[in-house]
Design a protein around this ligand. Structure first.
Ligand code: ADP
Ligand code: MG
Length: 232
C-alpha cells in the first residue's frame, strides 16, 4: 500500500476545551490511484490531508507513505519529504502576485532533482504561452493550472489537492479535474483529493466518506468516470 493509515487521532485545544478532530482514521490507497475524501465542512478532511502531507502531525496512530512512517521522521527528513515527495494544491491557488507564472513555478518548487522542467509542465497544463504573465492577468482556472504545474514540476510521489475546484465554476472544474486525471496517467502520480461534491467521487479509484472525524464508508470504484463526463 502506498498510503497506509491506522488509528490516526488528532485533537486541537483552545484554552480548556479540547476537540477531537480525527477519531481513529484508517485508510489505504495504492500507488498510482486517485483517492477522494468526501465530507462536509468541518469534518476533518484538511486536517487529515495536512498530516499526510507533513504540514501537521497526528497525536497517535500510524501514517505510512510509500513505506515510510512519517510521524517518526526527524525534522530534516520531514522537510525533505515535504519538499521532494509531496505536491500540494489548494482552493485559492496561493500564487505569488508579484512573480510571473514561470517564476512562481521556479521559486516555490524544488526542481533541481526533477526530470521535468518548467516548459514541459506549462505545456502539460496548457499554458505554454503564459510563462511571462502575472497571476492577475489569468482567470481562476488558469491560476489553478499554474498551481498544478508548480506542484507537479518536482515530479512528486503524491499530489494532495484540498478542494482544488472549490472556487471554480462547473465547466472550469471539469477541465481542472480532467487535467488531474491526465497527470495521474502521464506521470503515474498518486493523487488524493478533498471535495464536498459527491459527483466528483465518480472519477476516483477509492472514495473515503468522512463525518465528524471518522471514515464512515470506504468504497472502491471498479470503473472510474472521465472528468468531462461527471454529472453535477
Ligand atoms: P474540513 O477540511 O473537513 O472542513 P478541517 O480539518 O479544516 O475540516 O477542520 C476540522 C475541525 O478542526 C474544525 O472544527 C476546525 O475548526 C478545527 N481546526 C482545524 N484546524 C485547527 C487548528 N489549527 N486549531 C484549532 N482547530 C482547528
Ligand atoms: Mg478543509
Amino acid at each position: 500500500m502506498f498510503i497506509d493509515i491506522s488509528s490516526l487521532k488528532k485533537s486541537y485545544s483552545s484554552g480548556l476545551v479540547k476537540t477531537e478532530v480525527l477519531k481513529g482514521i484508517g485508510m489505504k490507497l495504492e500507488k498510482g490511484e486517485i483517492g477522494v475524501i468526501l465530507g462536509p465542512s468541518g469534518s476533518g478532511k484538511s486536517t487529515l490531508m495536512n498530516i499526510i502531507g507533513g504540514i501537521d502531525s497526528g497525536d497517535s496512530g500510524k501514517v505510512v507513505v510509500d513505506g515510510v512512517e512519517i510521524n517518526n521522521l526527524s525534522s530534516d527528513l520531514l522537510t525533505e519529504y515535504r519538499r521532494e515527495d509531496i505536491g500540494f494544491i489548494f482552493q485559492f491557488y496561493n500564487l505569488v502576485p508579484n512573480l510571473t507564472v514561470g517564476e512562481n513555478i521556479e521559486v516555490v518548487s524544488n526542481i533541481s532533482k526533477s526530470p521535468l522542467n518548467i516548459d514541459e509542465v506549462l505545456a502539460a497544463v496548457g499554458l505554454q504561452d503564459k510563462k511571462r504573465r502575472f497571476p492577475r492577468e489569468l482567470s481562476g482556472g488558469e491560476q489553478q493550472r499554474v498551481s498544478i504545474a508548480r506542484a507537479i514540476v518536482k515530479n512528486p510521489k503524491l499530489l494532495l489537492c484540498d478542494e482544488p475546484t472549490g472556487a471554480l465554476d462547473y465547466q472550469t472544474s471539469r477541465s481542472i479535474l480532467r487535467l488531474l486525471q491526465q497527470v495521474n496517467k502521464k506521470y503515474g502520480t498518486t493523487i488524493l483529493m478533498i471535495t464536498h461534491n459527491a459527483a466528483i467521487a465518480a472519477m476516483a479509484n477509492r472514495v473515503f466518506k468522512v463525518r465528524s472525524g471518522e471514515i464512515v464508508e470506504a468504497t472502491v470504484n471498479e470503473v472510474t468516470v472521465p472528468a468531462e463526463r461527471i454529472e453535477w
